[in-house]
Design a protein around this ligand. Structure first.
Ligand SMILES: [Zn+2]
Length: 409
């Protein structure tokens, strides 16, 4: 990556890394996990207050951006003179625990065992919050000369779309970062983009009749069955062949089916939701069109039936996000990982993140954080102590690469 490669001054890096202490980092993570910021309802006041108090205590300039009282978003600044602005973002809300009996440890106890911290939100996303906060604090405590601004932005509302969280912050005129790093579970890899989504709803209409006289009706569920088989046979294999060097292949899964009103009524309506994830180069409108072509052909052969295919979200889908590999924020995190001996292979995220809100405002945005995304939203969620420590170090050195005087990015 030649001339754009950021460099990290090893004397400065060692000063920063010396300020990252495991007992303090993990103690702070456990404190956050023990605050149940479950969404819904999404009240993160106590979690945000804990982060704000920590950063206030270290001399950061903190403020809150909020539209709803229960959903405050923290903006904490560490500034010195003119220079680039780097923003760290992660979220404090967590998904519900589900059946607590499925957990082998209480979901909000933040138990530690075998080098892992357990609990709802331990990985998603309080490990990232912790690593960002503690990495930034290390930078401050080290006293290394900085030029520019580091913003620590920990938010509400991510798990239900982020309109009152990152969406609000990204649109706020007081927040204009040059670079954004969104903390999610990337296993410590530098991810330069995320897949897009084009959730699609297919609805088959038939005609109701008494269940004892089915020949009087047209069964919408049976029509939908044929549409589903056709999608599996014709479209899914095509999606598997749509590949991209940074991403898993394009994908689709039918995640919801609804139909029928009563055991003795021929159903006149059946609908499915297709969770369609798209890679760079695929357009949301084309995605709907190709599903429609298959559904129209199948249903067209069935008398008395019709089908509608449309974006599930009335405002349409969203394209994949892909950053330039030579963007300074990409190079800074690669330099941090390289310095620390971590993974330096670029890739992309399969899930959606709050990064889209920053991307929508034109801010170069990447995703980086501790933990494994496949453990999120499940019972016995955990994150490795070493993973959180490594991320705190990498965030600190990434910020040093961009803001450190004597380093060059
Ligand atoms: Zn998350």
């Amino acid at each position: 990556m030649a001339e754009n490669q950021a460099s990290i001054d090893s004397a400065l890096a060692d000063r920063v890394l010396a300020k990252i202490k495991e007992d303090e980092v993990i103690g702070f993570l456990r404190e956050l996990v023990q605050i149940p910021t479950v969404n819904p309802p999404g009240d993160v006041r106590q979690g945000i207050a804990a982060v704000q108090a920590k950063l206030d205590g270290e001399g950061f300039d903190t403020s809150i951006i909020a539209k709803e009282e229960e959903k405050p978003n923290l903006v904490a600044r560490l500034s010195n003179g003119d220079g680039p602005t780097l923003l760290f973002n992660a979220h404090l809300d967590v998904v519900p625990t589900g059946e607590e009996s499925a957990w082998s440890r209480p979901p909000f106890a933040a138990d530690i065992a075998d080098g892992k911290v357990y609990g709802r939100g331990a990985g998603d996303d309080k490990a990232s919050v912790t690593a960002q906060v503690m990495g930034a604090i290390a930078l401050k405590r080290s006293g290394v000369p900085l030029q520019g601004t580091l913003i620590i932005n920990e938010v509400a509302d991510e798990e239900i779309g982020g309109a009152l969280g990152a969406g609000l912050v990204a649109a706020d005129p007081s927040v204009t970062p040059d670079y954004v790093i969104v903390g999610e579970q990337t296993l410590g890899k530098v991810l330069i983009g995320e897949k897009g989504g084009a959730g699609t709803r297919v609805t088959v209409y038939g005609r109701a009749a008494h269940g004892a006289l089915p020949w009087e009706g047209v069964n919408a569920i049976e029509g939908m069955a044929r549409v589903i088989v056709a999608l599996q046979d014709e479209l899914w294999p095509v999606l598997e062949r749509r590949t991209h060097k940074y991403f898993h292949h394009s994908s689709a899964t039918i995640s919801i089916i609804e139909g029928g009103v009563k055991t003795n009524v021929v159903p006149d309506r059946c609908s499915i939701f297709i969770d369609r994830r798209i890679i760079p180069g695929e357009a949301p409108n084309d995605v709907v069109k190709e599903i429609r072509e298959i559904a129209d052909r199948v249903i067209g052969k069935l008398p008395g039936m019709r089908v509608e295919v449309e974006h599930a979200n009335p405002s349409g889908g969203r394209e994949a996000i892909l950053n330039e590999p030579d963007n300074p924020v990409v190079q800074a995190m690669l330099a941090a990982n390289s310095y620390l001996g971590f993974d330096t292979e670029l890739s992309g995220f399969s899930m959606g993140t709050d990064g889209r809100h920053f991307h929508a405002q034109g801010y170069p945005t990447i995703i980086y954080g501790p933990g494994d995304p496949s453990l999120a939203h499940k019972p016995d969620e955990w994150v490795g102590v070493d993973e959180v420590m490594n991320a705190a170090k990498a965030y600190a050195l990434g910020a040093l690469a961009i803001l450190g005087q004597g380093s060059k990015s």
